[in-house]
Design a protein around this ligand. Structure first.
Ligand code: URA
Length: 268
């Protein structure tokens, strides 16, 4: 059999791009398959007297890869203990139970005003957000800014975050497990911001936060009750700006949703 010629650099790069690999995570390549054969690292000693600002369960010390149900339980326990947004950010920074953290460049926590009456929640950061560490700063973020600007809001009067705080590699869809692991954090995040209106952007955010299986075409523009754990707030699903960039004809319906939000904020 005649051996295949080795691919050229151009062919390899084209293959990577097609597979969704669009940025380098480090200067040097890492052989992840070799890591699988390597013996597990010895547990790290944690000094007993070391002060910890917030409770840190085992999953946050990175001692071992956890089964998904253990990671979910651990995220729940950790999120519950966060008394403030800063504490929540720190807990998430130290949380080791979600594999996405290890491929993302950084945590994308939130942007905007934590005192805002309105909170927008998207799905997960993309490449630009991963680089800047802020949600919705890429193309869809620019459209989101225009959308909220149309009802007199901006990032000093609105609060913006995502269900998933780490970029999935190549912008792939987060797995149901990853979503479940991150869910307690976004739920606590919403409870701490305590907005009057929660806007879920797109299907994944809507289905995850509003516990519905209906698609965005049926849910958008319909008011839901969202129970933060401390009170019930009004929630409105609308189209994700990335979807509107692909399907601009739906901007008309998004505009209706924005007007409904403005009306509620105005107390009408
Ligand atoms: N899409 C999202 O859902 N969130 C972002 O932060 C950016 C793009």
């Amino acid at each position: 059999m005649i051996p295949e010629p080795a691919p050229t650099v151009r062919e390899l790069l084209a293959f990577y791009l097609e597979a969704g690999v669009d940025c380098a995570l480090a200067e040097e390549p890492v052989d992840r398959l070799a890591e699988l054969d390597a013996p597990p690292p010895a547990p790290r000693a944690v000094p007993v007297e070391a002060p910890r600002p917030v409770a840190a369960p085992a999953v946050m010390r990175g001692e071992a890869a956890l089964a998904p149900d253990v990671a979910i339980a651990s995220a729940r326990e950790a999120a519950r203990t966060a008394p403030t947004l800063e504490a929540l950010r720190e807990l998430m920074q130290n949380f080791e139970g979600c594999a996405l953290k290890h491929t993302a460049t950084r945590l994308v926590f939130a942007d905007g005003n934590p005192q805002a009456r309105i909170m927008f929640v998207g799905e997960a950061p993309g490449r630009d957000e991963d680089i800047e560490g802020l949600p919705f700063v890429g193309r869809s973020g620019k459209l989101l800014d225009l959308m909220i600007g149309a009802i007199g809001l901006n990032r000093t009067t609105a609060y913006i975050t995502n269900v998933i705080p780490w970029r999935p590699p190549g912008n792939r869809t987060p797995t149901p497990q990853e979503t479940q692991i991150c869910l307690p954090f976004i739920q606590r995040h919403i409870e701490l911001v305590n907005p009057d209106v929660l806007v879920t952007l797109g299907n994944p955010s809507t289905q995850t936060l509003l516990s519905t299986r209906e698609g965005i075409m049926r849910t958008r523009g319909r008011w839901f009750d969202y129970d933060t754990g401390s009170r019930t707030i009004r929630a409105l699903p609308t189209f994700h700006p990335a979807y509107l960039l692909r399907s601009p004809s739906y901007k008309r319906l998004a505009w209706q949703d924005l007007r409904a939000i403005a009306k509620l904020l105005a107390g009408a």
